[in-house]
Design a protein around this ligand. Sequence first.
Ligand SMILES: Nc1ncnc2c1ncn2[C@@H]1O[C@H](COP(=O)(O)OP(=O)(O)OP(=O)(O)O)[C@@H](O)[C@H]1O
Length: 258
Amino acid sequence: MSDGAADGKGVAVRLDKVSFSYGEALFAFDVGFTATQITAIMGPSGSGKSTLLNLVAGFETPRSGRVLIGTADVGGDPPAMRPVSMVFQENNLFAHLSVQQNVGLGRSPSLRLTEADHADIAGALARTGLAGKEKRLPRELSGGERQRVALARVLVRDRPVLLLDEPFASLGPALRDDMLDLVASLHAERGMTVLFVTHQPQDARRIAQKVVFLDNGTIAATGTSEDFFAGAGPEAFRRYIGAGAGDALSRDIARKRT
Ligand SMILES: Nc1ncnc2c1ncn2[C@@H]1O[C@H](COP(=O)(O)OP(=O)(O)OP(=O)(O)O)[C@@H](O)[C@H]1O
């Protein structure tokens, strides 16, 4: 792991004048993410949300600029060395490994696990509501349970930065709320810095303190989620979430304040 980014408690993440391209598609990111907060990353399809996460995770390398996690420039570190965990919309698990083994990978890529590791894995499985399902294969789980396994692995990996790339987008609304509440409570316990890509305004409002809004490969606006969802965010953001959604969210906030 890189210097300046201890396990556990979240550390700030900064993309310092980062430029990147996929052929014609250009990206310019200059943005900071506050330590120990949850920031929702929103924006139209193709605006660069996953690209931004991939630059932080190390799956992509900036053409110029620096990626800072804590005080460390991690630009030269491969993904496995970076102090981050990542959960995608799907395919987070190895199909041929049991739940317990998939979680164990968060501690040891070779699955050489100590008694203490096994105890931590059991604790993480219990914490995410998976006790009793240790021996199952991913195909023997529901979509929500598979994402719980991914979150259990995040717990045993215990890195200070968590990257979530639309992890619950394929789940129904009630289950999505359960999963978001689980993320919020894990965040309250561990205090990691969370970058949460979502298209769902209500999901961002439910758990995020900040919003970063992307448009066309750049950071179009940043602010608190309260301001964004109370209508003080930029016009482009209001257009993106739709006037109706914005009004409903404003009413919701007004109700909560009284
Ligand atoms: N591996 C790749 N090779 C070439 N182009 C890519 C690659 N990954 C993404 N792109 C392009 O880069 C742009 C940004 O993609 P990205 O996945 O970051 O957007 P996004 O905001 O996450 O979109 P969505 O909301 O649809 O998931 C898109 O135009 C996309 O086609």
